[in-house]
Structure formats: structure tokens, C-alpha cells
Design a protein around this ligand. Structure first.
Ligand code: DGP
Ligand code: NA
Ligand code: NA
Length: 210
């Protein structure tokens, strides 16, 4: 019997929206319901390319903006064989950031258009569901200070938020906006219910491409 494929589930959002917390909780809940599931995150800082990205984010090195954009994309592409294998084996993947962060963060820099930024990720496995954790800049500010990494300023994050809003107009992607200002538990329940639906639907559909 051919096994049913897993679903590709992505969480996106500006920094401090709670993506990582919610990814972890979602994986736990799916595990408890007997669903084969694994978490991934991008950038994956463990690979050779990921280490270049990590050093850039920590401001230990500088990289030209187009170059780093292509490295972020290459970091997703290098994981594609593994992602496809897991999905085919029936494992659902819960992914903390994906190509949408790639397009939103680079196009928020001066001199980049969204269309150019999307190109390197064309052909990546298409998520069955992308949940955007929505949090206003004011609510994000209440969650404390930004960290020390590159991009972690309120001016830049506002520009990123606007780029995400443009990306969410693409109806070829299954976007769900999630109100991230609610309690961790309420946000989790909302995310889990959208995910259960997406897993059921994905079983009968081939994996798409961005
Ligand atoms: P995180 O480990 O989730 O905190 O992400 C690291 C930072 O890198 C975060 O500010 C978002 C940003 N980022 C994630 N993916 C990309 C990408 O593909 N391109 C660019 N330019 N930035 C990205
Ligand atoms: Na960060
Ligand atoms: Na995060």
C-alpha cells in the first residue's frame, strides 16, 4: 500500500510573533495524536552555507545583499532532497520560516524588488499551508527588546511586515492569517485546527511547486 504523503506546513511572521514557540507546540500536539512529524527551520544554521548566514546575521561578517539573498535560498534548496524524502515517507514537516521570509526580508532593503527576490525560490516544494502570525508593531514592542542580530530594528521590521502583506495577496499560496496577540494556548488551538485540515487535504494532492 502506498503511504499517504505528509503535509508541508510553514509558519511565517515578523520577529517576536511567536513562530518558534508555536512550531514546537504544534509538533508536540501532532506527535501526541500519532502523526509522524518533524520540525525544520530556515535558515538552517548547521550546514556550511548556514554557517555563512549565521555569521552574517550575528554581524561577524558582511556579505553583499544579493549574495546573502542567494545564500538564504541555497540553504533552502540544499534541504529539498531531505524534505521531499520525508514528505513522501508520510512525515509532516512543520517549518519555522521559508521562502516568504526570504522575499520579505530582502525586498525590505533599498533597491530590491519583490519579483527579483522571489525568483531563486521558484520551484521549491510548495507549502500546503502557510500561517502568518500577525502582530502589530505596538504589540511586538510589549514583548520586550529586540535582539542584537542584523534586521532586528523596528524600522526594518515594519518594512518586512509590509512586504509580507504584499506576498499574502498571492492567491496561489494557501495563506492563513493568525492573530498572534492572543494567548499562547489560543494561538496554538487555532494553528492546530488549520494544520489538521491541511494534513487531511494534502493526502489526496500531489506536492506542488513555488
Ligand atoms: P530566525 O533564526 O528565525 O530568527 O531568523 C534569522 C533572521 O534571518 C530573521 O531576522 C529573519 C531573517 N531571514 C530568514 N530567512 C531569510 C531569507 O531568506 N533572507 C533574508 N534576507 N533574511 C532571512
Ligand atoms: Na531572529
Ligand atoms: Na524565530
Amino acid at each position: 500500500m502506498a503511504c499517504k504523503r505528509g503535509a508541508l506546513i510553514v509558519l511565517e511572521g515578523v520577529d517576536r510573533a511567536g513562530k518558534t514557540t508555536q512550531c514546537n507546540k504544534l509538533v508536540q500536539t501532532l506527535q501526541q495524536s500519532g502523526q509522524p512529524v518533524e520540525m525544520m527551520r530556515f535558515p538552517d544554521r548547521s550546514t556550511t552555507i548556514g554557517q555563512l548566514i549565521s555569521s552574517y546575521l550575528e554581524k561577524k561578517s558582511d556579505l553583499e545583499d544579493h549574495t546573502v539573498h542567494l545564500l538564504f535560498s541555497a540553504n533552502r534548496w540544499e534541504l529539498v532532497p531531505l524534505m521531499k524524502k520525508k514528505l513522501e515517507q508520510g512525515t509532516t514537516l512543520v517549518v519555522d520560516r521559508y521562502a516568504f521570509s526570504g522575499a520579505a526580508f530582502t525586498s525590505a532593503k533599498p533597491g530590491f524588488c519583490l519579483d527579483w527576490c522571489k525568483q531563486p525560490d521558484v520551484g521549491l516544494p510548495k507549502p500546503d499551508l502557510v500561517m502568518f502570525l500577525q502582530l502589530s508593531p505596538a504589540e511586538a514592542a510589549l514583548r520586550g527588546q529586540f535582539g542584537e542580530e542584523r534586521y532586528e530594528t523596528s524600522v526594518f521590521q515594519k518594512a518586512v511586515q509590509q512586504k509580507f502583506e504584499q506576498l499574502m495577496k498571492d492567491s496561489s499560496v494557501n495563506w492563513q492569517v493568525i492573530d498572534a496577540s492572543q494567548s499562547v494556548e489560543d494561538v496554538h488551538e487555532n494553528i492546530a485546527s488549520h494544520t489538521h485540515n491541511a494534513i487531511n487535504k494534502a493526502q489526496n494532492l500531489p506536492l506542488g511547486q513555488l
